[in-house]
Design a protein around this ligand. Structure first.
Ligand code: ADP
Ligand code: MG
Length: 640
């Protein structure tokens, strides 16, 4: 065997789970469903599919392993392919939205929970699979929760299907009960003590506090890598720049620093860096979202800096409004985070919040299904043949209100008929790998004759952070942005950026000159290509353009985003049409500082205030024209 294969084999054998291979395999073969609980890093995700393969289960069908996060699916599939000494896409592959590396010879398939849900549309008994492993079950993401109910129902008719629920925390009873008292297997973990230090009080600016804590650890503590938990890409990019700027002023005898970010939308080729061994005389600082909490394990970490915050979806079912909120994590998450410092040796965790703040945290976070818009999963349920979405076997039942809001929204989008069944438009919408709102917009673009533009804009909205602004070049970055700016708003501006990028064939120099993230643009172009394929398959001509009159584009967006509208009040504030909430134009918008009468937005983001992001100017009279099912009931819009 090659030196790499030998090293990987040695690493496998050192995992706590390795010795339990026989016992685990036997239990799974003997039972229809099992729940496996084991410390993060014990080897569940990488090893158990290989155990089942060795036991012959892949001869009866593919093994699916779902992950809530795409980064985890990608990086773990690569790892397992390496361990088996095969090429990614042969025996082992991954499948995530807009990126499928599997082939007919793939037997172990890592995939996002959303992708498996989507496969139910074409294979409603999951016939290709011999086992479904629902991993990271403790996270209770919306899509994993729906899969619990779907696979349970499928197994009633397919006794041969194995269901394996894997969790990093000790909440196995809940899962076991739900799956008809499934057998629970505990995998012994290995965990060294972690000393935890709490701040005296929560710092106002936790990114800054993280910077200070990181440098303090770096200057004072012996070797070992540092893992910093933040809430999203923007913060991670900021802190990376701050660390790199400050690292230049370190005393010469201080070890060098390398900073590696890891977050959901980081392109696959950039992710590998975080797993590369740290060179001697260097300290690696990993800046991560909660993906490094339990989904992926990075070796070499001895120190954790925990901001205590995470970005989560939040939904107000009374008014049907969803937004992203940065909020304190749960105690369970805080413990997981500190645990990451003690996997290989005793470690140290620095919490940037006080002990009292920790005590006041909730024990566990609420399942996502209780706090998000259900429209997309209800559309998928309906399209998979589940008509009674109220009577569905939920592990935790969402509120009646939120189910009704979702049905109303789908009805207003035209996805449901008067009798609540899926319409033919709804069926088409379910086939697109997009949120129902964007599926509707893409399909409607045919009628508005602006498909070319709409596909580009949807692709651009799917990537994060198109523009970047270096601290020392604010002026130039602002000037560069003006080249693309369109006063109708961010949508057309984004379109201009992608058009510019296409016209120079993705030239890297052009991106640098314009302070545009080449990474994001490359990704957007890739997504665009795939959306074109989907649209053409539906008989939509994707070359149809509206030319220089942009109104059709914004009207087309309103046919989907009709709920995301805000009107200016006489005092100059903005109020949302649903819920009458006060919202603000985000400083990143080209409309910042302007005061249009009415705007549509694509996202609400709650930081210090409730901000709208990706905003464009609309005419209020378009509402009736574009969303008559929603605005045409004779009520004044403000009454909604
Ligand atoms: P669990 O699912 O129980 O948390 P995993 O199976 O994910 O554990 O991890 C087992 C081991 O595999 C860990 O030591 C981890 O460092 C290693 N590992 C997983 N993915 C990668 C990767 N992409 N690169 C390098 N090592 C990895
Ligand atoms: Mg795992």
């Amino acid at each position: 065997a090659s030196p790499l294969a030998q090293r990987l084999q040695a690493e496998r054998e050192a995992l706590p789970i390795y010795k339990a291979q026989r016992a685990i395999t036997d239990e799974i073969m003997r039972h229809q469903s099992v729940v496996i609980v084991g410390e993060t890093g014990s080897g569940k995700t990488t090893q158990i599919p290989q155990f089942l393969d060795a036991a012959g289960l892949t001869q009866q069908g593919i093994i699916a392993i779902t992950q809530p996060r795409r980064v985890a699916a990608i990086s773990i599939a690569k790892r397992v392919a390496d361990e088996l000494g095969t090429k990614l896409g042969d025996k082992v592959g991954y499948s995530i939205r807009f990126d499928d590396t599997t082939s007919p010879s793939t037997k172990i398939k890592y995939m996002t929970d959303g992708m498996l849900l989507r496969e139910l549309l074409s294979d409603n008994k999951l016939k290709r699979y011999s086992a479904i492993i629902l991993d990271e079950a403790h996270e209770r993401t919306l899509r994993t929760d729906i899969l619990f109910g779907m696979v349970k129902a499928i197994q009633k008719e397919r006794k041969d299907l194995k269901i394996i629920i894997m969790s990093a925390t000790l909440n196995a009873e809940r899962f076991s009960q739900y799956f008809d008292n499934a057998k629970v297997i505990y995998v012994a973990g290995r965990q060294f003590p972690v000393r935890t230090f709490a701040a005296v009080q929560r710092q106002e600016d936790y990114v800054d506090a993280a910077l200070v804590a990181t440098f303090q650890l770096h200057m004072e503590e012996p070797r070992g890598d540092i893992l910093v938990f933040l809430t999203g890409q923007e913060e991670i990019d900021n802190l990376q720049k701050l660390i790199e700027e400050n690292a230049r002023n370190l005393p010469p005898k201080c070890p060098k620093i390398i900073v590696t970010p890891i977050y959901a939308k980081l392109p696959a080729d950039q992710q590998a860096k975080v797993f590369e061994p740290t060179p001697p005389g260097t300290r690696k600082i990993i800046l991560s979202t909660n993906v490094a909490e339990t989904s992926i394990t990075i070796s070499g970490i001895r120190y954790v800096v925990d901001t205590g915050m995470a970005k989560v979806r939040s939904y107000n079912s009374k008014i049907g409004m969803e937004s992203l909120v940065v909020q304190p994590i749960s105690k369970a998450s805080a413990r997981q985070r500190s645990g990451r410092a003690g996997r290989e040796a005793p470690g140290f965790c620095y919490r940037l919040y006080s002990e009292e703040a920790f005590d006041s945290l909730p024990e566990d976070s609420e399942p996502e299904i209780m706090r998000c818009n259900l429209a997309s999963v209800i559309l998928l349920l309906k399209a998979s043949g589940v008509d009674d979405v109220v009577g569905f076997d939920y592990m935790d039942r969402p509120s009646r209100d939120s189910i009704i809001r979702a049905l109303e929204q789908l009805y207003a989008l035209g996805a449901l008929n008067d009798d609540g069944r899926l319409s033919s438009l709804g069926r088409q919408m379910a086939e697109l790998p997009l949120d129902p709102v964007y599926s509707k917009i893409l399909i409607q673009s045919k009628a508005f004759k602006c498909t070319k533009e709409v596909i580009s804009i949807i692709a651009m909205l799917s990537v994060d952070l198109v523009f970047y602004t270096p601290n020392d070049k604010r002026e130039q970055a602002g000037q560069a942005r003006k080249r693309f700016m369109n006063y109708d708003g961010d949508h057309i501006t984004l379109y201009n950026v992608l058009k510019g990028y296409q016209s120079v064939h993705g030239d890297a120099g052009w991106c640098t000159e314009n302070f545009i993230s080449g990474r994001s643009l490359k990704q957007a172009l890739d997504i665009r290509k795939q959306l074109v394929t989907f649209a053409e398959r539906m008989g939509i001509d994707t070359s149809v353009s509206c030319g220089t009159d942009f109104d059709p584009i914004l009207k087309c967006f309103l046919t989907g985003c009709f709920q995301n509208v805000a009107l200016r009040t006489p005092t100059g504030e903005y109020k949302t049409m649903i819920g009458n909430q006060t919202v603000f134009i985000h400083p990143s918008s080209v409309l910042f500082g302007k005061k249009p009468v009415a705007v549509l937005y694509n996202e609400l983001m709650h930081t210090t205030r409730q901000y709208m992001r990706n905003i464009s100017v609309i005419q209020p009279q378009w509402l009736l024209e574009c969303a008559p099912q929603y605005y045409g009931r004779g009520e004044a819009p403000a009454a909604r």
